[in-house]
Design a binder for this molecule. Structure first.
Ligand SMILES: NC(=O)c1ccc[n+]([C@@H]2O[C@H](COP(=O)([O-])OP(=O)(O)OC[C@H]3O[C@@H](n4cnc5c(N)ncnc54)[C@H](O)[C@@H]3O)[C@@H](O)[C@H]2O)c1
Length: 339
């Protein structure tokens, strides 16, 4: 491989330009192509990055032998067709979340990458967020005790998507964080929701995930909320963590709070809960832009095969949960098992 890894970014709407900026910031990488159907999106890329070649033809990118890798930031319905063509053309491939529309499509992408010994990564950007990594470190240290419950809220007004509901749009972030923190997959998922604005596309959903190891998690996703909320509450047996991603500095707070239930009691009069109210602290977290870290991991994965925390198989794990959630939504079933 050349000293420099040549990348093409396909899809230059809201998210694609962030990928271009972050790949261009890596010393051993050059964004050679930006590709989009919409000329106005390409004009914006040219104004920001005049050195990047622009095209509306995906074939042109595939046919360029200098292109080592393709990053795909197009709508979810196009992830599989574009991703499979990218891998078939021998390009290392990064696909934005969710990896594809079904677990079957994810498995095909993974098989294509494995057969050609190519890197396939998914844009689970929050896994590379320093606050999320710190949370994992705190949980692993045993400081908060056994994890009992995790509650996630990701709410804002819009942006309404055309091809997916709010769970497929916003919940991949929370699901990927949960699987990363708990190092486990849920064994059952249930989801309720409602479409208020566009018929058939739920704009508010509530998902529940149960893990055989014990923890229980809920994910609330909404495009119909006046406030931007990005909150995760991890309740442990002895302490609790609140992660507020919208806070500029103190993103994590660790509360020394818990409820103690008496182990044994003989009479009702002896039974009472004891509420422990201790202090709160916010650990120092060295911030780095998560997308910059993700871009670095992708380039490292291409160079030396070092596995990342967002491989194709992690993308599949998230899509399996989303599929089960869709099944629960469509059939009004309370709990869909994940085999
Ligand atoms: N990791 C994150 O934090 C994060 C954040 C936002 C969006 N995303 C993901 O990024 C992807 C794109 O989201 P967005 O909000 O930027 O969408 P968007 O609609 O703003 O942009 C998509 C762009 O893709 C272009 N496009 C569509 N089909 C194409 C094709 N076949 N070839 C070339 N260009 C094509 C469109 O013209 C559009 O400019 C989605 O998968 C989304 O889930 C990830």
């Amino acid at each position: 491989m050349n000293q420099e890894i040549n990348v093409a970014v396909v899809g230059c709407g809201y998210w694609g330009p962030n990928l271009i900026r972050n790949f261009n910031a890596q010393p051993d990488c050059r964004v050679k192509w930006a590709c989009d159907h919409d000329p106005s999106k390409l004009a914006r890329v040219t104004s920001l990055h005049p050195e990047v070649c622009c095209t509306d033809s995906f074939e042109r990118v595939l046919d360029d032998p200098d292109v080592d890798a393709i990053a795909i930031a197009t709508p979810v319905s196009t992830h599989f067709p574009l991703g499979s063509r990218s891998l078939s053309a021998g390009k290392h491939t990064l696909i934005e979340k969710p990896l594809a529309r079904s677990s079957d499509e994810c498995r095909q992408l993974i098989a294509l990458a494995e057969a050609r010994d190519l890197t396939l990564m998914v844009g689970h950007t929050f896994i590379y967020n320093a606050a999320v990594r710190k949370m994992k470190e705190i949980i692993a240290s045993g400081e908060i005790g056994r994890v009992l419950y995790i509650g996630c809220q990701r709410l804002n007004l819009g942006l309404f998507q055309q091809d997916i509901n709010v769970a497929w749009d916003l919940a991949p972030h929370d699901i990927s964080i949960l699987l990363y923190l708990l190092e486990d997959a849920p064994d059952a998922v249930s989801c309720q929701g409602k479409a208020h604005v566009r018929k058939g596309i739920e704009d508010v959903t509530n998902m529940s995930l149960s893990f055989s190891g014990g923890p229980f998690a809920t994910i609330q996703s909404s495009w119909l909320d006046p406030n931007k909320v990005r909150r995760m509450t991890v309740v442990g047996e002895s302490k609790m963590i609140v992660y507020e991603d919208t806070e500029p500095l103190e993103k994590l707070k660790i509360f020394d709070k818990r409820v103690e239930v008496p182990r044994t009691y003989d009479t009702f009069a002896e039974f009472f809960y004891s509420y422990h109210y201790g202090g709160v602290y916010s650990p120092f977290i060295e911030q780095d832009e998560p997308l910059r870290v993700q871009s670095r991991r992708f380039l490292d994965r291409i160079r030396d095969g070092r596995h990342s925390d967002s491989e194709g198989r992690h993308g599949l794990d998230v899509v399996r949960v989303l599929e089960a959630a869709s099944h629960s939504l469509a059939n009004h079933t309370t709990s869909v098992p994940l085999s």
